[in-house]
Design a binder for this molecule. Structure first.
Ligand code: CS2
Length: 511
């Protein structure tokens, strides 16, 4: 047992022992009841929505006390195991380069592990006090086809959930059965609130859930379609995976052992369409913005924030830069990301009335530079098949449609393809963590076979990219676009010949 673990455990009875500068729940937590069920209680939810819910609970006085959160982990028990002895309490550490604030959050009342006890999760969704079911299950948790946003009926877990629907394995299966139970109990509808980085996340959730419901119970399909709402949301805060060092640092600052704090940046944004079927917390008290249409904000964020992060991640993994602050500290990357955002991505954005997009864009580089976060490139690089379509391919399509160049965004795509080989520039191998890793590996192997006899580098890379882009679940019809194939192939050729730094220097020097 480490010294830290010997400290008294963070617990509601010990809140009085916290140092005075650590914020703590400013409401009668004993009276807090659950009104929200959250599927996928990872670091992001605890570092984002839960903090804002805490602010709403405080601001709403007695009315806030029915907006506590029951978190659900679909499979892993680790969050429940860490938070149970703490009765749900955990610390949020917000770090900039020069300062850190600590806040003990009380909004999460408990965590359920679906795999251990599916019934209790379904009952909670079907509880009369539940008004919102929110989700951060990552992009792949929607079991959709990334190129079209439709339910992926070939997904193994979806096939399983459709054939044996009493013990689901997917979030979609849990939602469908939980809502079916609500309908059967004669309870009212809920709001289904997606907080993942998917294009039109609410619309996508609605589409896949309704497709699933139609298969198992047409009456349920009609009930959900008519009564539940699915607001689109844009969520933003960088919340890396918590490390052992974070646990030690936060616990010693508290003087109490917190087994699983969360670390994030001070920046926060949450833009939500105000369409709630059964009420909502006053999240504006914590800084959330309510709008009629959140989709332009999603496009802004996925393309500028996440697109830049993904490009930095693949280049970083290839070149051996472990965290994003190290990547962006390379002058060639700094120039590249600034130019990619300003010259290629920003012109593709939809109108955003009232938003100063230049200022928004300028605010991103300091966020990426934050050295206190240690945001790992390997973490961001995961699940590229689910991320690249909305982050890089969507703006590329817009550039192609407008007849505009996109060499920088193409270098981002080429870096992903290069990363998919599974080894870095120093020859170190790494695993590809991606739900489509297997079919993509097959496509890559196919491309390698088809091109092994092509000795002209450009012809070879073109043939390679054309074959890989034929993988329609990710690329849609982009293999048909000669300019897409040629531009990505040219960048892949640069990466193969000159490595990340060499390719960046050449692209930075181009018009
Ligand atoms: C990151 C995001 O891991 C990733 O894919 O790009 O988690 C990113 O940090 C957040 O979306 C920022 O809001």
């Amino acid at each position: 047992m480490s010294d830290i673990e010997q400290l008294p455990r963070l617990h509601p009875a010990r809140l009085g022992a916290l140092p005075p500068d650590v914020r703590r729940p400013g409401y009668a937590r004993d009276d807090l009841r659950a009104g929200i069920v959250h599927l996928g209680i990872g670091a992001f939810h605890r570092g984002h929505q839960a903090e804002i819910t805490e602010a709403a609970i405080e601001a709403m006085g007695g009315d806030g006390l029915h907006w506590g959160i029951i978190g659900v982990s679909l499979r892993r028990p680790d969050t429940r195991d860490a938070l149970k002895p703490q009765e749900g309490l955990y610390t949020l550490a917000l770090r900039s380069a020069t300062a850190e604030t600590l806040q003990v959050i009380g909004a999460v009342l408990g965590v359920l592990v679906a795999e251990e006890d599916p019934e209790i999760v379904l009952d909670r969704i079907a509880h009369r006090d539940t008004h919102i079911v929110s989700l951060t299950v990552t992009e792949k948790g929607y079991c959709h086809d990334p190129a079209t946003g439709e339910l992926n009926r070939a997904d193994r877990d979806i096939i399983e959930d459709l054939s044996a629907v009493s013990h689901p394995v997917t979030a979609i299966g849990y939602l469908a059965l939980g809502l079916q139970r609500r309908m059967q109990r004669g309870l009212g509808p809920v709001t289904l609130l997606s907080c993942d980085n998917l294009a039109s996340n609410g619309d996508t959730l609605r589409r896949v859930l309704l497709a699933f419901c139609a298969e198992i119970d047409p009456a349920l399909h009609d009930w959900v379609a008519a009564r539940c709402t699915f607001p689109n949301t844009m969520v933003d805060r960088i919340v890396p995976k918590t490390t052992i060092d974070d646990v030690a640092h936060v616990s010693s600052a508290l003087g109490l052992y917190d087994a699983w704090p969360v670390v994030g940046e001070p920046f926060f944004q949450w833009v939500i369409e105000d369409r709630f079927a059964a009420g909502r917390p006053q999240w504006e008290a914590g800084g959330a913005q309510f709008v009629a249409d959140a989709r332009p904000f999603e496009v802004l964020k996925h393309r500028l924030v996440n697109g830049s992060q993904s490009m930095m991640a693949y280049m970083g993994v290839l070149a051996g830069w472990a965290t994003t602050d190290r990547v962006i500290a390379q002058p060639a990357v700094h120039t590249f990301i600034s130019d990619a955002m300003a010259r290629e991505t920003q012109p593709t954005l939809p109108p955003l009335p009232g938003l100063d997009v230049d200022a928004y864009r300028a605010s991103l580089l300091p966020r990426f530079t934050n050295p206190a976060l240690g945001h790992r490139t390997r973490q961001i690089a995961m699940d590229g098949s689910q991320k690249i379509p909305q982050r890089l391919l969507a703006p590329i399509r817009d550039r192609i449609a407008a007849g505009q160049p996109f060499a920088r965004l193409a270098l981002g795509v080429a870096a992903w393809l290069h990363f998919l080989r599974g080894y870095d520039e120093a020859g170190n191998a790494f695993p590809i963590e991606d739900p489509l890793a297997q079919p993509m590996a097959a496509v890559m192997a196919d491309a390698a076979r088809q091109t092994e006899k092509l000795f002209d580098a450009r012809t070879r890379e073109q043939a390679r990219v054309r074959t890989i882009a034929g993988f329609t679940p990710v690329f849609g019809d982009l293999a048909q676009s000669a300019v897409f194939v040629d531009t990505v192939a040219a960048q892949l050729e640069l990466l193969c010949a000159h490595g990340v730094t060499g390719a960046l220097t050449r692209v930075n020097g181009a018009a």
